[in-house]
Design a binder for this molecule. Structure first.
Ligand code: ADP
Ligand code: MG
Length: 699
């Protein structure tokens, strides 16, 4: 499927001279790839800066501390005296304005005598300094003769490196990679390129890796910007194709008469908030329209998104169709199933569950019932969208905690041939630029208010060395019949030892409080996890030691106390999510953030924000300031394919143009069949947005 013209760029880098299996491993690390790095991955490895060797002073005018390239005549060598290996090998050289000493430690004299033969002229590049009043250059970066000078890059890109991989080695590899770039058809509009002074793709890559000008390697320079625009356009095209694909499968109006919704609402132990009412109304209106819906429901933790999901699902079920609710974790799926089943009973809704845990006969049975239309609402993990899961008449797919899913899962969802109206739900307020970048155009509904009767959470910060007092306080809370979460952090690099920490804490607390204490963590078997959550929800246990597995979505309204150990290790958004597990009922809630003293200024400020605010939007804003956008989305953790070339802070402003461009292109040429369209296919492959190409074919 990939245009064969691109083959040289998608060849494994081991095809480049000098890259064997051992060095390949280093490149995997450097380029952040799990599988085999390809030539294109290397070419997209951007320089972090340059060394400018263009300054060519005479020796008299050399400024110490600055990189220069000087032409000198070699006068004499003074090797380290025998038996004094630590003494340097000195080379005296000069031009007609002055003298310089070139100094080498631990170097082989015969090598140096060949490199710098007495009586000859050589060009030496590096940083000089004065020692004992003499101009010296210790270990020049480059020494070349007349011929070498012509080939010496006077502006040399400097790359991020990894241990074991030197700059020279990388430069060589880059040179061979550049030589592999084929002549590609231009996919950008010629007039637009000219207007912006943008080079071709090949010229841009050459400019970045063999710069002739300092500007060539700057993110805001023409070369980098052209590549960034390419990448943004590829992304926006893919999203627009996705959107077009969804729209093309003409939606059917599918909102029922309200008879199921009425029963569910009557069974609710509370009345809906105004925001919930509004959101449901808007979504049901969308469902009633013939176009496909793509909508995001944004609402802070605890704002009550689940019941909105249930009621809009009920609307399509009333019309005789099916709905699916996808959640990112097993725990969350089980919990949704429990809440929803309880309400479904009275209204005749048929609900089932499907995760990786349903296997064999029981899975087959679910799939059969689904196919026959005997299941109205299927709740599950991403197992819902495996290829063999077929609905009789799926009308609505709801994705809970959308930010936890990657673009790949979204594409999988869209590829289901009975692609449907889509509602994604998230507690993370996502900046507008990022919505555009990752999701394309999407309508947004917000739940701005929290359910009535919620009391503010009392949040306090306490140094870890007062742990004993905290344990006492927890003891008093348990005496009063309260339910408590105790969260231990799980840090990626040392998962095992942190898990051990949670287990140790569990053992401690168990000794103190006996059977009231339970443990839940990510490494437990699924059924054991459920059982632990179940016992806590039922009040059989009342102190739940947990890792961050409880972070997303967990809902036990009776829990009113949360202790978070090493709060300083968490991101703000994550702390907010965690804290969102309490303060869900009408009881007064307390959150104790334990930190390891002393705290730095930033860490102090971060915890202070948590004390002051419960507003997810404000907290996210602060988080954004402190951490950068990728982290807010959780992309760094979940490996959501991000951008390799474009930098949101520099090129974000181009996003809107790329989006308009993508729409214009697809309006004129929806199946990318024109000459430019075919060129654009190359672009989609180049930036690995080729999943979208399949959507064109899927029609
Ligand atoms: P989130 O938006 O974080 O997913 P949930 O849907 O889990 O929130 O709801 C949080 C809690 O609030 C649940 O216990 C739910 O039953 C309750 N809830 C939802 N809507 C209301 C409401 N209108 N009034 C009172 N409680 C509500
Ligand atoms: Mg939720």
């Amino acid at each position: 499927m990939r245009p064969s013209l691109l083959d040289p760029l998608f060849a494994a880098i081991t095809a480049l001279p000098g890259i064997g299996p051992k060095v390949e491993k280093l490149y995997r690390k450097l380029l952040g790839r799990e599988d085999e790095p390809r030539v294109i991955d290397l070419l997209f490895h951007m320089p972090g800066g340059v060394i400018d060797r263009r300054d060519r002073p005479r020796l008299r005018d050399v400024e110490p501390g600055k990189v220069v390239t000087v032409a000198v005549t070699v006068d004499k060598h003074r090797p380290a005296p025998p038996g004094r290996a630590r003494a340097p090998h000195l080379i005296y050289a000069s031009d007609d304005t002055g003298d310089i000493i070139l100094t080498y430690f631990h170097a082989r004299s015969d090598y140096l005598e060949k490199l710098l033969p007495v009586g000859e002229t050589r060009y030496v590049s590096g940083t000089a300094a004065f020692y004992d009043g003499m101009l010296q250059m210790v270990h020049p970066d480059r020494v070349v003769d007349e011929k070498g000078l012509a080939a010496l890059p006077m502006i040399e890109p400097v790359y991020p490196l990894t241990e074991g991989l030197g700059p020279q080695q990388l430069r060589k590899a880059m040179d061979s990679a550049l030589a592999k770039i084929p002549a590609l058809p231009e996919w950008q509009d010629a007039a637009w390129l000219a207007r912006n002074n943008f080079p071709s793709l090949s010229a841009a890559l050459h400019a970045l890796h063999r710069p002739a000008d300092l500007r060539d390697v700057l993110p805001e320079g023409a070369a980098w910007t052209r590549l960034a625009y390419d990448e943004l356009l590829a992304g926006q095209l893919a999203l627009a194709l996705l959107r077009a694909h969804q729209k093309k499968q003409a939606g059917r109006p599918s909102a029922g008469d309200g008879h199921i919704r009425k029963k569910i609402v009557a069974a609710l132990p509370y009345s809906l908030t105004l925001s919930q009412h509004r959101a449901i109304e808007t979504i049901v209106e969308d469902l009633g329209k013939p176009e496909r819906m793509l909508r995001m429901l944004q609402g802070d933790v605890g704002s009550g998104k689940t019941v909105v999901a249930l009621l809009v699902a009920a609307a399509v079920i009333e019309a005789g169709r099916q709905a699916a609710l996808m959640a990112p974790t097993e725990i969350l799926v089980r919990q949704h199933f429990k809440t929803i089943s309880a309400l479904a009973e009275s209204s005749g809704l048929r609900v089932a569950i499907l995760t990786g845990r349903e296997k064999g006969r029981s899975r087959d049975e679910i799939l059969d019932r689904l196919q026959n239309g005997d299941i109205d609402l299927l709740i599950g993990t991403h197992a819902l969208f495996e290829d063999d899961v077929g609905f009789r008449d799926l009308a609505l797919a709801i994705v809970d905690e959308q930010h936890r899913f990657g673009v790949h899962q979204r594409l999988a969802l869209a590829r289901k041939n009975n692609a449907v109206d889509v509602l994604v739900m998230t507690a993370t307020p996502i900046p507008r630029t990022l919505v555009l970048t990752y999701f394309g155009d999407m309508d947004v509904s917000e739940l701005r208010e929290k359910p009535a009767g919620r009391q503010p959470i009392d949040t306090r910060t306490i140094p870890l060395d007062r742990l004993q007092e905290v344990v006492e306080a927890v003891g008093r809370a348990l005496d009063e019949g309260k339910r408590v979460y105790w969260v231990c952090p799980l840090i990626e690099e040392s998962e095992k030892s942190d898990l051990a920490a949670a287990e140790d804490r569990f053992a401690d607390l168990r000794q103190r409080f006996g059977g009231l204490v339970d443990l839940v963590h990510g490494r437990m078997r699924g059924p054991d996890k459920d059982a632990a959550m179940q016992r806590f929800a039922a009040g059989e246990t009342r102190l739940l030691v947990a890792t961050t597995v409880i972070e997303v979505g967990v809902d036990v309204p009776e829990a009113t106390v949360m202790v978070i150990e090493h709060a300083e290790r968490f991101g703000l958004a994550q702390l907010h999510q965690l804290r969102g597990r309490i303060g869900r009922g009408s009881g007064h809630s307390t959150c104790l953030l334990l930190y390891k003293a002393p705290l730095g200024e930033t860490a102090k400020a971060r915890l202070a924000i948590m004390r002051e605010s419960e507003d997810g939007f404000r907290i996210a804003e602060e988080d954004l300031k402190l951490r950068g956008e990728g982290d807010v989305l959780g992309t760094r953790q979940s490996g959501l394919p991000g951008f390799r070339v474009a930098r949101i802070e520099t090129h974000g402003a181009l996003l809107a143009a790329a989006r308009d461009d993508a729409h214009l292109i697809l309006n004129r040429d929806p199946s990318l069949a024109t000459e430019r369209g075919r060129a654009l296919l190359h672009l989609l492959y180049l930036f690995q947005r080729d999943e979208a190409v399949r959507l064109i074919r899927a029609g």
